[in-house]
Design a protein around this ligand. Structure first.
Ligand SMILES: [Zn+2]
Length: 248
């Protein structure tokens, strides 16, 4: 039996499956990692600071204009689209084979592919709020603002509800992730590894029967999973979901 068939059978037998979608799944959708040396270098040359410095709560408060210049150009303009991995995930959910997805991606990629039960641990670029009056603003309002996007009523900066460096995951979201993972019979780790910021705090709450890991990048802790596929999620998951091709 090949790995795809094995995983398909585990998913079909599972009573409750939770997927964790990591950063490598975003990269498959075209996102550039802030931590990649060539990106860091480019950003430092253009803005005078590293991406980690700019994308932090301290920087947001003190150098708001530069923060938004960076945020709009580097995070909103690339306009990522969900990869086939996310569409395969949505198909699993619609067949009743996936109960929940947890992600740290801020681009709403699972939802835009059709997933309905998704927990965005780090928030999303589509939620923006005035910290004073609570008025909500769409992503386009931030993207199209000339300089700093200001609340129409309060004239103070509208805050994108994404987690910045130096901030903690919201307590309620954390509890919800732990609840889902502890309910799961099967845990599907996609585009991530056990050592990542997404998995490390949560996998210990898993009490189910099988962990499946799919990732193009190998990691020495991968063997903790019961089944491992070293392949990009965007090619592997569609083969699991649509063994005879997507149109069959
Ligand atoms: Zn306001």
């Amino acid at each position: 039996m090949d790995g795809y068939t094995m995983i398909r059978e585990i998913l079909e037998k599972s009573t409750y499956t939770v997927a964790m979608c990591g950063t490598d799944m975003m990269k498959e959708s075209g996102m550039q990692s802030m931590r990649a040396p060539e990106i860091s270098y480019k950003v430092e040359r253009e803005y005078g600071y590293s991406p980690e410095e700019i994308f932090s709560s301290v920087f947001y408060s003190n150098r708001t204009e530069t923060f938004f210049k960076y945020y709009k150009k580097e995070m909103l303009e690339p306009a990522l689209e969900p990869s086939d991995g996310f569409f395969a995930l949505a198909e699993l959910e619609s067949r009743g084979l996936l109960q929940y997805a947890v992600t740290n991606n801020v681009y709403d990629l699972p939802e835009r592919a059709g997933c309905k039960k998704v927990l965005n641990l780090h928030g999303t670029i589509f939620d923006n709020e005035c910290p004073r009056c609570g008025k909500e603003y769409p992503m386009e309002y931030i993207r199209d603002a000339k300089k700093i996007p200001l609340c129409e009523k309060c004239q103070i900066p509208v805050r994108p509800k994404v987690m910045l460096f130096g901030e903690q995951v919201d307590n309620q979201l954390m509890t919800q992730a732990v609840n889902e993972i502890s309910k799961a019979d099967v845990l599907l780790l996609l585009g991530t590894n056990f050592n990542s910021g997404l998995c490390d705090p949560y996998v210990k709450y898993f009490e189910g029967s099988k962990m499946i890991l799919i990732n193009g990048q190998e990691h020495f802790m991968d063997k903790k999973a019961h089944v491992v596929l070293h392949e990009e999620v965007k090619t592997a998951l569609p083969k699991i979901v649509w063994p005879n091709g997507r149109d069959a």
